[in-house]
Design a protein around this ligand. Sequence first.
Ligand code: BDR
Ligand code: CA
Length: 310
Amino acid sequence: MSQKIIIDTDPGIDDTIAIMTALRSPELEVLGLTSIFGNATTEITTQNALRLVELEGHDSIPVARGCDVPLVMELESIASDVHGRDGMGNTNLPAPKGKTIDKSAVEFIIDTVHACPGEVTLIPVGPLTNIAVALKTDPSIANLIKKIVLMGGAVSVPGNISPVAEANIYHDAHAADIVMQASCPVVMVGLDVTEQVIMTPQFFDELFKAGNPATNLIRRILPVYQDYHDRFLGMGGSIHTHDPSAIAYLINPDLFTTKSVPVFVETERRCKGKTTADWHHQWEKRVETEVCLEVNSSGVLDLIKERLTK
Ligand code: BDR
Ligand code: CA
């Protein structure tokens, strides 16, 4: 039986690869996309989410617009140098034909979880505001959500948006700290593993040979993301595989090694967004997060390539 999922997303170049992989995976039933700020404003990422469900005829999948600003802190400047001003590598794609549903992302998450108790997995691959607001608005959903598999954080490696913080957690650290205390199972697919999974120019050459709508779109939007990885990290055309790794985890968790540990999120000043694993249980008691620490990177890459090229 396929897993029912909601992808909470800020598309976003790697979000696009993740969503395309999910939509092409029979193990997953995508119940909806919910949008969030991060790689661009919520206005822009919502339009991109609509474009993505339309690309290969999945336009019956609802798209619900998410929160515009973080829970407590100010919205920080959007990283247009990473994903482009339009979140899609400055490609100025045509406007989507469809519209968002009438419900907000938070309402959609709450209603869907109640409609399928114990069956829905949330996949946040952007800042965690929608998920935190949903948990605050209706705390009863925490016991009805099957699992949250989030892309974000780093416990054993440096950050990417700051020396200590990963971008999704940084953009709404208060929301992330709420999610790390949720009573449902939470899996963290963070930089500890996503930076070990590297898509190289050779990987993309093989991917692009498929010439289908998904790979053609990825080919178009990718250069800005490659440039960022090259400027910032000297990766010469390769990129880290952030959001698609969360999808790979869902399809085949055996590709990952995890450890259960309480995770705390800093919300102030220079350490804002830092995720700390309390390995020795020295801080106050908190539910544990399943943190991914090792990954079979060729297994993840093969899986993604197989889905995107078939
Ligand atoms: C995360 O930040 C965004 O730029 C990516 O889409 C990914 O979700 C990686 O830190
Ligand atoms: Ca993302």
